[in-house]
Ligand binder design. Structure first.
Ligand code: AMP
Length: 190
């Protein structure tokens, strides 16, 4: 199985690139942000809980997020591979993911981080906010909080997989096609 963690700050283009990769490599796309927004849209208990964190730019607690991932993986036992988008966001989530994949007799193949300068990230998120309908994309203070959370809590996940020689960075600026080309170059060596 090809199990890819698509990594990078909010607004780095993970969702856009994941959609293209899924088409080319026939992988299952799991975006924890999308899963939470789906729950919010259905007014579930999980959605209400997640919203209380998302609206502040904070992470949803690990136990909740890991439980949701466990269910998603259990519901999709026969996939060719998986693109994880927005997960893991903490070292505890990475450790849990390793156990979940081990139970499926597989493991993380790569973590690829999309490298984008801070100034461009904020600009991109505000632009996306005009059409995404996401309240967390429209408030500069919440965006700053999300970037700070990424730096403090999420970047250690890059180092966690780097220790196993699995982490790499690619330039996340340029056209969507250029960035996709760089990703494919890496994946085609797998
Ligand atoms: P995203 O769509 O990936 O930008 O995620 C939007 C928001 O959902 C984040 O700011 C978090 O509040 C929450 N979220 C998404 N994925 C995770 C995760 N793996 N762990 C904790 N919170 C998450």
């Amino acid at each position: 199985m090809l199990n890819l963690i698509l990594f990078g700050p909010p607004g780095s283009g993970k969702g856009t690139q994941a959609a293209l990769l899924v088409e080319k490599y026939h992988l299952l796309h799991i975006s924890t942000g999308d899963l939470f927004r789906y729950e919010i849209g259905n007014n579930t208990e999980l959605g209400l809980l997640a919203k209380s964190y998302m609206d502040k730019g904070q992470l949803v607690p690990d136990s909740v997020t890991i439980g949701m991932m466990k269910n998603k993986l259990a519901a999709n036992p026969d996939v060719k591979g998986i693109i994880f988008d927005g997960f893991p966001r903490t070292v505890a989530q990475a450790e849990a993911l390793d156990v979940l994949l081990d139970d499926m007799d597989t493991s993380v193949s790569y973590l690829i981080s999309l490298d984008v300068p801070d100034a461009e990230i904020t600009e991109r998120i505000l632009l996306r906010g005009k059409t995404s309908g996401r309240s967390d994309d429209n408030d500069p203070e919440i965006i700053a909080k999300r970037i700070a959370v990424y730096k403090n809590e999420t970047t250690p996940v890059f180092d966690y997989y780097a220790e196993e020689g699995k982490s790499l960075k690619i330039k996340g600026v340029g056209s969507i096609e250029d960035i996709f080309g760089r990703l494919c170059e890496e994946l085609d060596t797998f």
